[in-house]
Design a protein. Structure first.
Length: 492
């Protein structure tokens, strides 16, 4: 920055000269995201074949053609985008002081206009069209032609250096030190704007949180066949451990994909909006390499456990991918799918170790996990009811379905307890437990825990994932310890 202009430009919010234009970039500047990536994942969520059309558009029309193609395939939800609050405040104060604001972006102009119409802060809007990619040197030339050099330009990336070379004043947004130094080397008077990271309530780095490591605890179900059969040999444990790691990697890949496909719905959710991709804490472009990298690593490990486990893993991945693209939007079928995905972890444990699964174990897991999946949907509908929404975003339910979904959770949970009770009195239990009567206590604890989960969900006190709730809730932890203790006591 030129020292003689520093005081006028850096004291708090920059002040416009009468009628001066403030030209603001969109991607990474006004929002903590990129609309090209946003539109790609939004289009893919509605049509899994959209990436093929995008590839053809890129080959024939370049980046401007790609942007036009994707903008025509999807509708932007500007009300839930991760806007940068300091930039919004700058635009408001600039207009209040008599200045004018324009949105000048490399994103497709139709998307830019939808965002500008929602905010109501811009006097003009300019974006890329099918024949022009308004970025870098092209943007600088456009600004000089239409606005001249006596403007202030707000940007965030190296592509904006060409603009700062041509205009009188500039503002960087959340720029790294290297970009700040390059911006200061341009003829423009430069001010740097800091932006606080998105509020998440977590201490883990965004990249690790995107993997949802707490969800890996679901994969402990892989050890259930080994424990149920009392096959506690070291080799069996190691096989189960490798299967656990492989499943965790593949599951994280699907979580990443699901978050990218569900951005608008997550941003409309009171808790999911803090997820790394939805909040803007993690660039969407990270998902392009993170999701395939995780699944390749998972399948590489699966190969070491033989073709049966590999087939189960492939079926799991296919079903979870179908869930991400379509099944999660279909009422009832989504709950059935979630229950099946839980049960497949138990099947995978048997496939990895060669342990034959009993009908008792399969029946118990199916009913229990259907109940937990229904609790998950019940929690979402309770949130909808509290916020006055009529339908669950991205789901096939209406708020009026809450009572029916709650009944599903209760009925299926109680059936899982019944299956356990029948197992206690069956001949199969005699060869595995010296004192099977102790398992009656486990039935009682499970009955209490499931009833409490449904009750707390009804009151709106349940996390949107019952597994996360069980990990954090002290009463749930005590119940799990009691159940494990009773099964252990029954063995002696």
């Amino acid at each position: 920055m030129k020292q003689d202009d520093a005081a006028a430009f850096s004291g708090g919010q920059p002040q416009p000269r009468q009628g001066e234009w403030l030209l603001c970039d969109l991607d990474g500047t006004l929002i903590a995201s990129d609309m090209l990536d946003e539109s790609f994942w939004a289009a893919s969520a509605h049509n899994p074949l959209a990436p093929l059309g995008a590839a053809r558009a890129l080959a024939s029309g370049g980046r401007s053609g790609l942007k036009a193609q994707l903008a025509g395939l999807t509708t932007v939800a500007p009300e839930v985008l991760p806007y940068r609050a300091p930039v919004l405040e700058l635009l408001e104060s600039w207009r209040a002081a008599g200045g004018r604001c324009a949105l000048v972006t490399a994103s497709d102009e139709r998307i830019a206009r939808a965002i500008a119409d929602h905010l109501g802060l811009f006097d003009a809007v300019h974006g890329s069209t099918a024949g022009q990619n308004l970025k870098g040197a092209a943007k600088a030339a456009f600004i000089l032609e239409h606005y001249g050099a006596q403007v202030t330009y707000v940007g965030d990336s190296a592509a904006d250096l060409a603009v700062w070379q041509s205009v009188e004043r500039g503002i960087t947004v959340a720029a790294p030190q290297a970009l700040r130094r390059k911006a200061e080397a341009t003829p423009a008077q430069i001010l740097h704007m800091e932006t606080a990271p998105p509020e998440t309530g977590h201490r883990l780095p965004p990249l690790l949180r995107a993997l949802r490591p707490h969800q890996w605890l679901k994969n402990l179900l892989i050890f259930l066949p080994m424990l149920a059969a009392h096959a506690l040999e070291l080799s069996t444990f190691l096989q189960s451990l490798v299967a656990f790691v492989a499943f965790s990697l593949v599951a994280s890949s699907v979580y990443v994909l699901n978050d990218l496909l569900d951005l608008a719905a997550d941003r409309a959710h009171p808790r999911k909006r803090h997820r790394p991709f939805a909040s803007g804490a993690l660039p969407l472009r990270t998902g392009f390499w993170l999701a395939p990298g995780l699944v390749l690593a998972g399948f590489a490990l699966a190969l070491t456990l033989g073709p049966v486990f590999l087939a189960v893993m492939a079926l799991y991945y296919a079903l979870t991918t179908a869930y991400s693209f379509r099944l999660k939007r279909l009422a009832i079928l989504d709950i059935c799918t979630l229950a099946a995905l839980y049960a497949m972890r138990v099947v995978a444990g048997g496939a990895a170790t060669g342990i034959e699964l009993s009908a008792w174990l399969l029946a118990f897991t199916i009913f229990l996990f259907f109940s937990l999946a229904a609790v998950k949907r019940q929690a979402e509908l309770v949130d909808n009811q509290a916020s006055g929404r009529e339908a669950a975003a991205g789901r096939g339910y209406r708020t009026e379905d809450l009572m029916l979904v709650s009944m599903m959770a209760v009925a299926s949970g109680y059936l899982s307890v019944l299956v356990m009770a029948l197992y206690v009195e069956s001949e199969a239990v005699q060869g595995l437990y010296a004192t099977p009567q102790a398992l009656w206590g486990a039935c009682g604890v499970l009955l209490y825990w499931l009833s409490r989960c449904v009750l707390l969900t009804h009151r709106g006190e349940m996390h949107d994932d019952p597994v996360v709730f069980a990990l954090r809730d002290r009463t749930s932890q005590v119940c799990m310890v009691l159940i494990l203790g009773l099964f252990t006591a029954g063995s002696f």
